[in-house]
Write a protein that binds this ligand. Sequence first.
Ligand code: NAD
Length: 281
Amino acid sequence: MGETLLAAEAGSSGRRPLEGRVALVTGSGRGLGRTIAEALMRLGADLVLHDINEQAPAQFGEFESLSALAAALTRNASRAMAVTGDITDNAAVEKMVAAGQDQLGPISILVNCAGGDIGARGTKPNPNTPTDFEVEDVQAVVNRNLIGTMLMCRAIAPGMAARQQGSIVNVGSVSAHAGIATEVGYACAKAAVLHYTRCLALEMRPHGVRVNAISPGPAKTARFLATRETDPVMMEEGPSLVRYGTPSEIADAVSFLSSDDARFVSGQVLRVDGGAGLYPG
Ligand SMILES: NC(=O)c1ccc[n+]([C@@H]2O[C@H](COP(=O)([O-])OP(=O)(O)OC[C@H]3O[C@@H](n4cnc5c(N)ncnc54)[C@H](O)[C@@H]3O)[C@@H](O)[C@H]2O)c1
């Protein structure tokens, strides 16, 4: 557990461009969210870690609990705290955002990473195709990916606009970009996340708040590895780009979009898939 050394190297490069900024990363108890949170902390940000409950980091063996993760990260140069709640529940969203801002200060970086192809029964929907699906599954997937992202943005973006500073990165998926005959609710929900990103970017443009998205290709999180049969060739980490991504490769793209290096970039979708989707748009 804690194999990525957390943010132990926080600041060791001496470069802390996000120092003084507070970031909230949804779903940061494990997987991509956790790696993104640690990357932002290494760049100096204080972190509001979030997950649906305290136990989420333990589900695939990444860390014992969300609070334990926050405590481990706080030992280093930046501060971290934990909030829990369901992003599809507006009251929970408002409570989590208030708790984070009360303790660490105004949030100027938001990364909406919580999501996944999880249906009404808490597992992958089955059936899951354009003509064969359960309405309840599609609704659950849309809530988890699109509505949760919209509620988080609605709770945080107006404050960023008032302060005229902020960056939001929403996590899409390569499933959002081309027609896909499986994972239909997920593909459509992620496509909607990308379009919501553009709509919000337009509204935020005069206020200096940037809103972007990334679309990861398959990436080797603990959940990803535990829930499918992987292709041994794609597991190899050599110079070839024909492989699964690593969580840190996804996190680096989020770090870029969250930083001033991307200060004139807004409304964009960055596909982080090793060039797997070579088409326009
Ligand atoms: N890993 C990949 O291959 C991959 C590829 C493309 C996109 N993505 C997207 O990246 C994000 C992270 O995926 P991951 O692979 O790290 O998965 P993961 O399951 O390890 O992480 C998702 C996190 O979101 C949390 N979460 C889910 N629903 C929630 C809710 N309603 N309220 C609060 N928290 C909730 C989970 O508890 C978990 O901590 C997801 O949005 C996923 O769709 C992942």
